[in-house]
Design a protein around this ligand. Structure first.
Ligand SMILES: CC(C)(COP(=O)(O)OP(=O)(O)OC[C@H]1O[C@@H](n2cnc3c(N)ncnc32)[C@H](O)[C@@H]1OP(=O)(O)O)[C@@H](O)C(=O)NCCC(=O)NCCS
Length: 143
């Protein structure tokens, strides 16, 4: 398993995976690939994760692993790699929204937070404001 930076050439693959997993894609552009990582198994892309950076914090988003590769640790490695990248960029917290993977993120050290306690920058993301249902769980991890 290898984790690498995504490139603009990965945009169609990434958005295809996200759409298939019913995760938000409408607010993504090809330029956002600079903030995405890709997991590869035997040089074949099997999963992705994205970061929306703000001042000192970030939104972890778009975590998906293709069905035939799930359960092999790709998701965990993608999260760990994104956390390392966030630390490198001086971020002290990562935030995320999820409708059904809260138990997964709890195992990785994320804690549920009341929506209204999320920082303003996170509340103003498209994912927070529009793309996720109002009952999506907001989670945070201090890095
Ligand atoms: C969530 C997801 C990224 C995990 O990736 P993965 O590579 O399969 O995960 P890992 O191999 O790191 O971890 C596997 C473990 O997580 C558990 N797990 C996977 N999805 C889970 C979920 N939604 N809730 C709770 N646990 C989950 C598995 O049961 C497994 O447990 P085990 O180690 O005790 O057997 C993947 O299942 C996926 O793409 N799901 C669809 C998209 C999605 O829900 N993304 C999250 C959006 S916020």
């Amino acid at each position: 398993m290898n984790i690498r930076q995504a490139t603009t050439a990965d945009f169609e693959t990434v958005t295809g995976w996200l759409a298939a997993a019913r995760l938000p894609v409408a607010d993504l552009s090809i330029d956002d690939m600079q903030h995405f990582l890709l997991a590869e198994a035997d040089h074949v892309p099997v999963g992705t994760i994205g970061l929306e950076p703000f001042d000192g914090i970030g939104l972890l988003r778009s975590l998906v692993v293709v069905p035939h590769s799930q359960g092999g640790g790709a998701g965990r490695r993608l999260v760990a790699a994104l956390e390392r990248q966030a630390v490198t960029h001086g971020m002290r917290e990562l935030w995320l929204l999820t409708t059904d993977a809260d138990a997964y993120f709890t195992q990785l050290g994320y804690e549920a937070v009341r929506r209204e306690n999320a920082p303003e920058s996170i509340q103003q993301t498209t994912e927070f404001a529009k793309l996720c249902p109002a009952d999506a769980i907001v989670m945070c991890k201090r890095l």
